[in-house]
Ligand binder design. Structure first.
Ligand SMILES: Nc1ncnc2c1ncn2[C@@H]1O[C@H](COP(=O)(O)OP(=O)(O)O)[C@@H](O)[C@H]1O
Ligand SMILES: [Mg+2]
Length: 266
């Protein structure tokens, strides 16, 4: 590894916009290109863990899992929380969900330095992986604050719908407040990933896309059309580049991964 680890939070408090699909498939594409990638399932619903066909981490007092690590009860090595997925060329590893993650928001709220927990944990993997992608929950809560504090940059999946414009009007001020209160350097806004784009593109979708394009400092980094191959790959516990390597969707995720790895459109 000759470049520093890039930690990316995949965030949007709106559910169903493609956060998990982006995390696992960009991760798959980065690994396919020979990079070492760690994915982290920060959403208590555990969709990322399911989508990779990986078992949840054990639960209960004394267990080694992400929840126990975040609340400071597990103090062992982060390496022991990692499950390997596949190694097509580089590495694709996961810190899986545990059923106990549902308690994380409540427990973290009682703690000091509660927003910095994930950043501290991930400092152990800097230099080991090329990329870390964090699949954030669909809420502006303490877990999302942890993702925004731990990351170097953020990818924001959106749909070409008015509700996504509204979601951005809440998310961008949240990012600004994390920048102001919790970070030493501002979070890099890598850009938007327009996901689940229905074709042919409707007039309404076109007008929302035009509004996205007008957003200053927030480029559209990639577009992923709606396609059954994404759900089929997910159901079989594989990434799209592995499940359907020649598909248009695999190409779209590879292009997105390349842009991210190349430093976005900076
Ligand atoms: N490009 C796509 N085409 C078809 N289905 C998709 C696509 N991207 C995501 N999905 C599906 O849409 C649903 C919502 O996507 P998901 O990534 O889970 O969103 P989020 O993590 O933001 O809640 C999931 O069932 C997922 O499999
Ligand atoms: Mg999700």
């Amino acid at each position: 590894m000759d470049s520093p680890t890039l930690i990316t939070a995949v965030t949007n408090q709106k559910g169903g916009v493609g956060k998990t699909a982006t995390t696992l498939n960009v991760g798959g594409a980065l690994a396919e290109s020979g990079l070492n990638v760690l994915l982290l399932d920060l959403d208590p619903q555990g969709h990322l863990t399911d989508g990779l066909g990986i078992s949840q981490a054990p639960a209960g007092e004394g267990s080694a899992n992400l929840y126990r690590a975040l609340i400071g009860e597990y103090t062992g090595s982060l390496a022991d929380l990692i499950t390997p997925h596949s190694a097509p060329a580089g590495r694709l590893d996961l810190v899986p969900n545990t059923i106990e993650m549902f308690m994380a928001v409540r427990e973290l709220d009682k703690q000091r330095a509660r927003e910095q927990r994930l950043a501290r944990l991930l400092s152990a993997v800097r230099g080991i992986y090329d990329h870390v992608l964090i699949d954030a929950p669909p809420s502006l809560d303490i877990l999302t604050d942890n993702a925004l504090t731990a990351a170097d940059g953020v990818l924001i999946p959106v749909q070409a719908e008015d509700s996504s414009l509204k979601a951005l009007r809440l998310l961008l001020p949240q990012i600004a407040s994390v920048d102001a209160d919790l970070r030493e350097t501002p979070l890099e806004l890598h850009g938007l990933v327009v996901s689940l784009l229905r074709r042919p593109i409707t007039k309404l979708a076109e007008s929302v896309l035009a509004e996205f394009e007008r957003l200053d400092g927030l480029p559209i980094l990639g577009t992923i059309p709606l396609g059954v191959v994404v759900t089929e790959a997910w159901r079989s516990g594989r990434t799209v580049v592995d499940y359907a390597p020649d598909s248009e969707h695999a190409q779209a995720y590879r292009a997105l991964a390349k842009t991210l790895a190349g430093g976005g459109q900076r």
